[in-house]
Design a protein around this ligand. Structure first.
Ligand code: PLP
Length: 355
């Protein structure tokens, strides 16, 4: 039985070309700045998002942490949407390592409302923390992979800059956003100060992310990465796969988006599922089960047939499926059949959920 793993695009496996590039990678000690493959990846990546410099990091979370800590001082406040990955899923790292105070604002859309951002920026005063940074996320994980447009990015960033804030973009899936909107990634990054993106999600590299921005900020980030224990040595072995990822895997993301839309349309036709297919813009499909269905039983019934799904925040009534390299259209169709069957079998007593 083929396991249909729709939990995340992080489960993607490296391509043969990536494995060959890893085996052949020219390497050196990156802490001396002497790994030519890491250096090439950093230059290439910075150029793709139109920034001066880039720093290869172990994960998206480390990239976000470096982005926040390199642009704040201890005790500063940062503004985030209440559904930001940085706020929901990153263990409060900026508070632990940087003594940063998070100020969350309402999040109905991927880009928070300008009025809400403006209202959260504190005046400079003796008894307030300094508002230092606005964080955006594109595409937005908790909001089902929805995109922020170049115009929205500019408006939010202009507002932040007018008040002396910096802007960090969690662009874990920035190329999904660019491909879906038919724009260059630079159109989505031009107005922000720093951007983090991941090689290890839809682009299918085994490891790594990058933080890009002004050279001076990236130098600060380099020191922070060291402090976090994330400075590496012959990291060219993994950087080589990341180079193949950005060279060969960006354009094919459109296939994942087509599959996601097919999945969403199919889900909309299943009784007991609530979904708005037209809101599926990229490779993430978020949907809800109706209250007559036990989410855990549904998950287990799907798993027994080889289909894996994930939930938002551990609430198995709000589910997430992510399309990615390695999953074809026929896998989407099989997944729909499995879910249809599972739903018919698991209608049961109403459960209550706290998390
Ligand atoms: C929007 C977003 N940002 C950041 C991350 C963190 O990436 P990583 O798992 O590589 O730390 C994720 C991971 O799923 C994500 O979805």
């Amino acid at each position: 039985m083929k396991i249909l793993d729709f939990r995340s695009d992080t489960v993607t496996l490296p391509t043969d070309e990536m494995r060959r590039a890893m085996a052949a990678a020219e390497v050196g000690d990156d802490q001396y700045g002497e790994d030519p493959t890491v250096n090439r990846l950093q230059e290439l990546s910075a150029e793709i998002v139109g920034k001066e410099a880039g720093l290869f990091v172990a994960s998206g979370m480390m990239g976000n942490l470096c982005g926040v800590l390199s642009q704040t001082e201890r005790g500063d406040e940062i503004i985030l949407g209440e559904l930001a990955h940085l706020f929901q899923n990153e263990v409060g790292g900026y508070a632990v390592f940087g003594a940063i105070h998070p100020r969350t604002i309402a999040q109905r859309r991927p880009c928070p409302e300008l009025a809400d951002i403006a209202a959260a920026i504190r005046p400079r005063a003796y008894n307030f923390p300094r508002t230092a940074l606005l964080c955006l996320e594109n595409t937005h994980n908790w909001l089902g992979g929805a995109v922020i447009t170049p115009e929205e990015t500019k408006a939010a960033a202009d507002l932040a800059h007018t008040h002396g804030l910096k802007v960090h973009l969690d662009g874990a899936r920035i190329f999904n956003s660019a491909v879906a909107q038919g724009v260059d990634a630079r159109d989505l990054t031009r107005h922000v100060d720093t951007v983090q993106f991941c090689y290890s999600k839809g682009l299918a590299a085994p490891v790594g992310s990058i933080i890009c921005g002004p050279r001076e900020t990236i130098e600060r980030a380099r020191k922070i990465r060291k402090m976090l224990g994330g400075a590496m040595r012959q990291a060219g072995v993994i950087a080589a796969a990341a180079i193949v990822a950005i060279d060969t895997m960006r354009d094919r993301l459109v296939e994942d988006h087509v599959n996601a839309r097919r999945l969403a349309d199919g889900l909309a036709a299943i009784r007991g599922v609530s979904i708005y297919p037209t809101r599926v813009e990229t490779n993430i499909v978020a949907f809800e089960l109706d209250p007559s269905v036990s989410g855990e039983r549904f998950r287990d019934a799907c798993a027994a047939d080889g289909l894996r799904l994930s939930s938002y925040g551990g609430n198995w009534r709000r589910l997430r499926m992510v399309t990615h390299y390695g999953l074809e259209q026929r896998d989407v169709d099989s997944a729909l059949e499995i879910m249809s069957r599972a739903l018919a079998n698991v209608r049961g007593p109403v459960e209550t959920h706290a998390d």
